[in-house]
Design a protein around this ligand. Structure first.
Ligand SMILES: [Zn+2]
Length: 454
């Protein structure tokens, strides 16, 4: 199968490797990289992993797989809702029409559990999940209004075709209106590990906390196929999601991957993106584990040296010997965001510097910055100059100050921020960053979003 990186992507990797940890390059290259990554899930297709394991990719964001046994099939993950699951199942049914004997949820995220009814219909299969399934709070109910908005931005759900690329490990467009409607509760809860013979297939499941605490991975000893769920996909992992998530225990995540590698799989089926076969299957797990562990260790070292999160985030790098791996390019997660999440997850918001204990209100800070600039007019000039000089981040920061001052410059500040956001987006190959910038720019343009927030 086509796990190999294309020549153009390799060229891109070589040119961006010098600018870690930024996820920016020139606009043409950024777009080409995202398009190359998008070929992993567009168009939708079924990958023949072995002669009895089939993985449907691109029918929604995640993958769904069918393992064919003697008198039935086993399904691993079920996509977001019945519509996407139905499309994938029809494609998988080309390979076997035996009854569904079991369904396995690798974890509780909606994009893996919401289409189960399609596979369960008529056959009443057992449904497996870990004993933590459903007890782990990965979404915070109180925060639904803001979580929804930030989710829309991260995934670029409302972007028009000219702005849409993809979601890093998923297509730009997915059918979500029946989200969760096909969810069927698990019937078998597995503890740390579980072995069974289902439909004549020897199958093993192991708890493997990572992206979620309730994650498991599936091992087929005879075919040497490992289903990793969302603890592995072909991109640097989303150790932190900018839509807003509770802390993901990245140290456990690295350990779960190292555990998976001990099985020495010949085929690795990710929760998103294309499967990997051959010696690269084990190598990818080892590299992924090493990458996560290294980001964790470097962050902890920085913390213990007394550095604040903003400094550490600019310093952490992937180790040289794995930094050029195609499955570690930051299309979805980023090293810098991961580092900040680890800091906050371990120590909370306080960076250790007493200056931060009682920081000025942003409006008071803006007044001082304007004074330093020589007045509000000068601040406006500096902002416009920064934009003209392509100092996009700085121009946005000055635009925020100007917006807080509300002295007749709100419109030009908004206009500057929109231009800076669009310029930054064009240079981003990290899909969530790019989608967030573009969606936020559109919200400012339409008047749906008004800054500042008083
Ligand atoms: Zn997923």
């Amino acid at each position: 199968m086509d796990w190999k990186i294309g020549a153009s992507l390799l060229a891109c990797l070589l040119c961006v490797s010098q600018v870690w940890p930024d996820t920016r390059t020139d606009p043409e290259t950024a777009l080409a990289m995202l398009q190359e990554q998008g070929r992993q899930f567009d168009p939708a297709r079924v990958v023949e992993v072995t002669d009895s394991v089939f993985t449907a990719v691109g029918y929604h964001g995640a993958t769904t797989s069918m393992i064919v046994g003697e008198d039935g099939v086993i399904i691993v993950d079920t996509l977001m809702g019945p519509t996407a699951a139905g499309n994938a199942f029809r494609a998988l049914r080309e390979y076997s029409d035996k009854p569904v004997k079991a369904i396995i949820y690798t974890h509780s995220h909606a994009d893996h559990t919401g289409g189960a009814s399609v596979f369960a219909e008529g056959d009443a299969p057992e449904i497996f999940a870990t004993d933590l399934f459903g007890t782990v709070n990965t979404e915070i109910e109180d925060l639904q209004p803001v979580a929804r908005k930030r989710g829309i931005r991260q995934f670029g759900r409302t972007l028009p075709p000219e702005d849409a690329t993809n979601r890093g490990v998923a297509p730009a467009r997915t059918f979500d209106r029946d989200r969760g409607r096909g969810f069927v509760p698990p019937t078998v809860r597995i503890p740390d590990s579980y072995r069974a013979n289902i439909a004549g297939v020897d199958i093993e499941m192991y708890a493997g906390p990572g992206e979620t605490d309730d994650a498991l991975f599936v091992w087929l000893p005879d075919q040497k196929v490992l289903f990793a769920g969302d603890n592995f996909y072909q991109s640097f992992p989303n150790l932190y999601a900018i839509r807003g998530t509770v802390y993901r225990d990245v140290r456990m995540w690295a350990e779960s991957l190292a555990h998976m590698a001990t099985f020495e799989p010949e085929h690795l089926v990710p929760g998103h993106t294309l499967p990997i076969s051959g010696p690269q299957a084990v190598q990818a797990l080892l590299d992924y584990s090493a990458a996560i562990r290294s980001v964790y260790d470097q962050t902890v070292a920085g913390i213990n040296e007394g550095k604040p999160p903003g400094v550490i985030a600019h310093e952490v790098r992937l180790p040289d010997d794995i930094g050029d791996r195609s499955y570690l390019v930051e299309f979805y997660g980023t090293v810098a965001h991961a580092s900040r999440a680890i800091f906050a997850g371990l120590l909370g918001w306080f960076d250790g510097n007493p200056t931060s204990l009682n920081g000025l209100h942003p409006r008071a800070e803006a007044r001082h910055v304007a004074q330093l600039a020589g007045g509000v007019e000068k601040l406006r000039e500096k902002m416009l100059q920064a934009l003209a000089d392509e100092e996009f981040q700085w121009s946005m920061q000055l635009a925020d100050h100007l917006t807080w001052l509300d002295e007749g410059h709100v419109d030009v500040a908004r206009d500057t921020k929109i231009k800076a956001l669009r310029a930054l987006a064009a240079r981003e190959y990290n899909a969530p960053n790019r989608n967030y910038y573009l969606t936020y720019a559109r919200e400012l343009e339409s008047g749906a979003l008004v800054e500042p927030w008083f």
